[in-house]
Write a new protein. Structure first.
Length: 291
């Protein structure tokens, strides 16, 4: 068996080196062949395609945050190559949602030894951008923008921009059209969830990555006072249990927003938008599931 590991060396986790050593040890123990590809942020998609063509892996395992995982996923779409994920990022939202061990060394052990796969859905925005975990507009998207432009990393880096992002985001009005119904709503953030929780562990819906549907979660209010009291250490603005109570479950939707607003997908800032289409790509990739 040949495994291609696509690793983002700039990810926020401090235990990547230990995880890399464990991969070497496991290869000796179990006899699999492997290759590392380290992302650079320059032409990584073509580099992955080159490895798929020349190395021809039986499995591909991505180590990084949601952005790295999404990049690998979009390059193996429709190839039926088993896909594994390692939590090498700061928040590791997707890995958290699917139950991958938070410790990178334990995750290597679990994912490399995985013997079964589960169908993984993906989201597609505006018939162009894929999403593996979560996209949103409003407060969190603005925090992602500010975080990407700051040298501070980790959850504290996110929290640093919390108050400013909350104050800078107006009450938004949007129309949500699904094949079944049209909704008129208002709020400070609209999340599009392929999985059921953020990397902080905050539960956002009852959905899963394999149910052929996604959830649209409208955030009508923000518990900023509670977040400040909690110390702003882990995006604690999302501690209100009722924050994601307003949920629409669907397979596709069109959203019109009252004004241009910040938009992000899997931790990557996408710019400003006042219109989105979203649809599910059901069972798009076979996902390696630890035993």
């Amino acid at each position: 068996m040949k495994i291609l590991f696509v690793i983002n060396p700039a990810s926020g986790n401090k235990n990547i080196d230990k995880a890399i050593l464990r991969i070497h040890a496991l290869a000796v123990e179990t006899g699999f062949d492997f290759k590392f590809m380290y992302t650079t942020g320059v032409d990584d998609d073509n580099a992955i395609q080159e490895q798929l063509h020349t190395y021809k892996p039986d499995r591909i395992i991505a180590g990084g945050g949601d952005g790295t995982l999404q990049m690998v996923a979009r390059n193996i779409l429709n190839r039926k190559i088993p896909f594994g994920v390692l939590p090498f990022g700061s928040a590791n939202g997707f890995a958290t949602a699917i139950g991958i061990p938070a410790n990178p060394v334990e995750a290597v052990e679990a994912v490399v030894r995985a013997e079964r796969t589960h169908p993984l859905d993906l989201l597609k925005f505006n018939d162009k951008h894929l999403c593996i975990h979560l996209g949103d507009i409003g407060i969190n998207a603005l925090m992602v923008k500010e975080y990407s432009e700051d040298e501070s990393r980790g959850m504290l880096g996110y929290a640093k921009h919390l108050i400013a992002s909350t104050q800078a985001t107006p009450l938004l009005h949007y129309t949500i059209k699904t094949p079944e119904q049209e909704y008129k709503k208002e709020g400070y953030m609209l999340a599009f969830a392929n999985a059921h929780k953020y990397g902080t562990g905050i539960h956002i819906s009852e959905g899963s990555v394999s149910d052929g549907k996604f959830e649209i979660c409208n955030v009508e209010h923000i518990a900023l006072d509670s977040a400040i009291k909690a110390g702003l250490t882990a995006l604690n603005v999302f501690i209100d249990k009722n924050m994601f109570a307003d949920v629409i479950c669907c397979r596709e939707a069109e959203i019109h927003i009252s004004e241009k607003v910040h938009f992000q997908i899997d931790g990557e800032y996408m710019g400003m938008t006042d219109h989105l289409t979203v649809r599910i790509l059901a069972a798009a990739i076979p996902l390696l599931i630890p035993s």
